[in-house]
Ligand binder design. Sequence first.
Ligand code: B16
Ligand code: MG
Length: 218
Amino acid sequence: MNKNLAFIFDLDGVIVDTAKYHYLAWRNLANSLGFDFTVEQNEQLKGVSRIKSLEILLNIGKVELSEEKKQTLLVEKNREYLEYVNTMTPDEILPGVNQLLNFLDYNNIKYVLGSASKNAPLILEKVELNNRFVAIVDGNDVSKAKPNPEVFLKGAEKLNMKPENCVVVEDAIAGVQAANTANMVSIGIGDANVLSEADYNFKDMTEITSDFLRNLIN
Ligand code: B16
Ligand code: MG
């Protein structure tokens, strides 16, 4: 086992692209409230908790609702979102992910999931990755959403690793900030201009080469 390094993976935008399903469900909800919601606006919801996502959405539509109504809408949105999730198969694992996990397995480097999603266990099951992670830390385990580092610090505990020996792979600004605050190494997946706070940037998971990983390990 490599005792010097371990990985923490975000889920949406890193392992799978569930943002497109979140978008369809949030857009439906927005339409039902009488306003539109664009793909560009959906960027604001990436990595953000479910309740915070609703608040951002309502702010976009300039709609004010009671707490009770918000709870009803959250249940409805999640019900629709899960209809999409239930159609997911291993084909939806993003390119480069399996190769990276295989590299880590081969080098005895442990890894956990660190996601804001309360649906993370189901999603991993649908894409048949549930048995590969040492542990899953998700939205059910934390009280403070990213950019608070709680989810990643809990991940480090599960890995039995010091935060400074953990590498976080994230696609959202809030996630990169959470990793940095936790004193972990941050890898940003996506637009390097958007994720400029990350220690390392890659356009997508296929760009993380074994040479890069070997340098990181050593
Ligand atoms: P759920 P991640 C996040 O997943 C998504 O990026 C974000 O859009 C979503 O609102 C959040 O999970 C909560 O998801 O409604 O399934 O609990 O990127 O942290 O893996
Ligand atoms: Mg994400």
